[in-house]
Design a protein around this ligand. Structure first.
Ligand SMILES: Cc1cc2nc3c(=O)[nH]c(=O)nc-3n(C[C@H](O)[C@H](O)[C@H](O)COP(=O)(O)O)c2cc1C
Length: 170
């Protein structure tokens, strides 16, 4: 898919068909995430792939409003690694860039995905850390729920000329 088209047509997808995602597609999503820009090219991320139904069910107990996980066949927890980047602001920015790359890659592959908050929601972060036994240096940033789309979401117009400022604010 052409890049601009992918960006403009990507939407959060929360309903999925009951169909497994291949390892090849999963790897492509992970690869796209790892090609995101990062400050000083530190690439301070780690990825936890969840493809077992019973574990997705456990996640649901921690993040009750993430009911889309009930139908998804794949989730990826994108984490920051404090051993690779000490600055938490940079960890968050870098992992956000990786998350957007992953969302776009999923869309390009004909999949649907949604970003579920881990950071900065304390209960979600704590619950995920406990469930997955994350070491102290690993910070859960975003959880992606992914599946074959079973809904169509219309894209509203978002381009706002008045939000663009040329050369100064006047
Ligand atoms: C930082 C961040 C956190 C989000 N957390 C959630 C979430 O916990 N649950 C959810 O359903 N959607 C979540 N979303 C998705 C947004 O609701 C969605 O991106 C927004 O409504 C715009 O819709 P679109 O993704 O279809 O363009 C999150 C998005 C971002 C960027």
């Amino acid at each position: 898919m052409e890049t601009i088209k992918a960006i403009l047509t990507r939407r959060s997808i929360r309903k999925y068909k009951n169909k497994k995602i291949s390892k090849d597609k999963t790897d492509k999503i992970l690869k796209a995430a790892m090609y995101a820009p990062s400050a000083f090219n530190n690439q301070p991320w780690q990825y936890l792939v969840i493809d077992k139904r019973e574990i997705l069910g456990e996640v649901l107990k921690i993040i009750p409003h993430a009911e889309m996980l009930q139908q998804s066949t794949l989730a990826i927890l994108i984490c920051g690694d404090k051993n690779l980047e000490q600055n938490i602001d940079l960890i968050v920015l870098n992992c956000a860039a990786a998350t957007q790359n992953a969302l776009l890659a999923a869309h390009d592959l004909g999949l649907g995905a949604v970003w579920i908050s881990a950071y900065p929601v304390e209960e979600n972060m704590k619950g995920l850390k406990n469930l997955f036994k994350l070491p102290e240096n690993i910070i859960p940033i975003s959880l992606l729920s992914i599946g074959y789309p079973d809904e169509k979401v219309i894209t509203e117009k978002r381009f706002k000329q008045e939000r663009i400022h040329y050369n100064n604010w006047k």
